[in-house]
Design a binder for this molecule. Structure first.
Ligand code: ZN
Length: 155
């Protein structure tokens, strides 16, 4: 991952090597959703349970590049136990962070992120990925899978 800060690299590699909430829940009762990124060959399976309008359990599985798998691990840690509204908000913020247009990198990044309500924590480590547009799909794969899963449940 040339071009990423060493600290960020370390955080990403830590999640890649020691993924949080790894595995699959039995579905049913858990809801199961999958994401595939043909550009890179990344696959991610997200299984989750909802109770009392919260994402009470979430597990991630799959294989692919370090960014896709680390992002899935970070996502699981970030959304587990949160109310569904909060899950959607964190997802929105993460995707906003990942969609900062190339030209804005540098001077305006801090403005974009200053209105964050949630502490993105380790997720900030993925911010550097926006410098590599082809890898953004790797980083957002698991998030889009989770969003799809939530929509399926509501639909
Ligand atoms: Zn990838």
């Amino acid at each position: 991952m040339p071009g990423l800060d060493d600290l960020y690299k370390e955080i990403i590699l830590d999640h890649y090597r020691n993924p949080r909430n790894q595995g699959e829940l039995d579905s049913p009762p858990a809801h199961r959703t999958e994401g595939f990124n043909p550009l890179c060959g990344d696959e991610v399976t997200v299984t989750f349970e909802i109770s009392d309008n919260s994402l009470s359990e979430v597990r991630i599985a799959g294989h692919g590049c370090s960014i896709s798998q680390a992002s899935a691990s970070m996502m699981s840690a970030a959304v587990k136990g949160k109310a569904i509204d909060e899950v959607r908000e964190v997802t929105r913020q993460f995707k906003a962070m990942m969609s900062i247009h190339e030209e804005k990198i540098g001077s305006e990044v801090s403005e974009q992120t200053s209105e964050e309500v949630f502490e993105l924590g380790d997720l900030e480590a993925l911010k550097g990925v926006v410098k590599f547009p082809v890898r953004i799909k790797c980083a957002t794969l698991s998030w889009n899978a989770l969003l799809t899963g939530l929509s399926e449940l509501e639909g």
